[in-house]
Design a protein around this ligand. Structure first.
Ligand code: ACO
Length: 369
């Protein structure tokens, strides 16, 4: 028995909300004004004038080269064997996480991580997800076509035929808006992992596991689910009111940081509206959004709850022919650019990330006799 005092609790913020846990030059998320910049460039301009590989390169190197290309990469044989061994009912996020982990086991990834590591893992993962999606459907994987850029190549490996330009463009836009977003949960996870001087594959395994949670990366498929439950625009108001009265959350609305309209949702809505074959879900989404914003403003007058990126991701991803259960994994593919850029940024000026915690358990005591 000692008479040492127990510590007094120090202030803490549940969910680390509002806590500044680092510095980054990769993106600026201005939640109040609905602004998102990658290395200073506006997201809307990057979607209009860039491609995903150019944006990834910008994040990794700081240089803007609109012609930068990044084809998808072949899958190492041991990784393909592992994908073949997975049960067909494996969740795509579990398959992607497993593939990235197995890929890491086949690579030499010494400290510190490099831009080459970032390029390698970012170009590997689309091939792995496409291969898994084909294998579970009883189809053989398709080899990468090095003449295609990353997003077009992913669709080619997924479907077995080259996508039309508009489809590839729409998914590329989705990849650009998904590429980077500050200290979100999965990115923070990647930084924690790499801060231990672990490797880039381990950092991304942690990030994919974090993004698997429905509060982070699972929303667009739930948006599709909610839209199909709404069914038609004239039913939207009754459905929204009933869902909120039952304590349900409207998927695709609200954000930890944005209090204004998510600029990524605005950019994606524009892309979806410009698709030559208007996605079926788009008009319903637009109608439901109008109702949801009005009703959320009524029910939560003090908490601005606006459309987030996931809401318009749903019609775009449906429009390019992805099945809803692939949505979170497609989001993860897009976030590879940001995760890997954060891995590079963290390791360039590394300090082990190790926060403190308030102990709230029993005071010091003796074991029962
Ligand atoms: N629908 C209905 N009410 C909501 C919603 C929503 N989508 N989002 C928040 N609220 C309400 C909460 O019920 C709470 O109300 P209360 O104070 O009356 O209890 C209030 O708004 C604040 O909610 P919090 O949970 O404190 O907000 P937080 O910042 O933790 O949540 C989150 C952010 C998780 C994104 C939340 O808005 C949500 O669950 N949205 C739906 C899921 C979704 O769209 N996720 C994708 C996010 S974007 C991304 O990850 C890329």
């Amino acid at each position: 028995m000692t008479d040492l005092p127990m510590p007094a609790p120090r202030p803490f913020s549940p969910g680390l909300e509002g806590v500044v846990a680092g510095e980054t030059s990769l993106s600026y998320v201005d939640g109040e004004n609905g602004r998102l910049l990658y290395r200073g460039y506006r997201i809307g301009d990057l979607v209009e004038r860039g491609t995903y590989p150019a944006v990834a390169n910008l994040l990794w190197t700081g240089d803007w080269d609109a012609t930068h290309r990044l084809p998808t990469a072949p899958i190492p044989a041991p990784v393909l064997s592992i994908l073949r061994a997975l049960p067909a009912e494996t969740k795509p996020m579990d398959a992607l996480r497993t593939a990235v982990s197995a890929w890491g086991a086949t690579q030499d990834l010494p400290w510190p991580p490099t831009v080459e590591h970032a390029r390698a893992i970012t170009s590997f993962s689309p091939s792995a997800l496409a291969a898994f999606a084909r294998l579970r459907a009883g189809l053989e994987p398709v080899e990468p076509d090095p003449s295609l850029d990353l997003v077009e190549g992913f669709l080619y490996q997924l479907k077995g035929e080259r996508p039309d330009a508009a489809t590839a463009r729409a998914l590329d836009a989705y990849f650009i808006v998904g590429a980077e977003h500050g200290f979100n949960a999965s990115t923070f996870t990647a930084r924690v992992v790499i801060s231990t001087r672990s490797d880039i594959a381990s950092a991304l395994v942690g990030a994919i596991g974090t993004m698997k949670g429905p509060l982070h990366g699972g929303a667009p498929s739930e948006v599709v689910d909610q839209l199909s439950r709404v069914g038609s625009a004239d039913h939207a108001e009754a459905w929204v009111r009933e869902a909120l009265a039952n304590g349900e959350r409207l998927m695709g609305f609200g954000h930890r940081v944005y209090r204004a309209y998510d600029p990524r949702a605005a950019a994606l809505r524009k892309v979806a509206e410009a698709m030559p074959t208007r996605p079926d879900w788009l008009q319903l989404a637009i109608d439901v959004e109008d109702v949801a914003l009005r009703v959320l403003a009524e029910t939560h007058p003090d908490r601005p709850l606006k459309t987030n990126v996931e809401f318009y991701a749903a019609p775009v991803l449906m429009g390019v022919g992805l099945s809803p259960d692939l949505f979170p994994a497609a989001f993860s593919l897009s976030r590879h650019a940001g995760w890997t850029a954060h891995v590079l940024e963290q390791s360039a000026n590394n300090r082990l990330i190790r926060p403190d915690v308030n102990y709230v358990g029993p005071a010091e005591r003796d074991l029962p006799a």
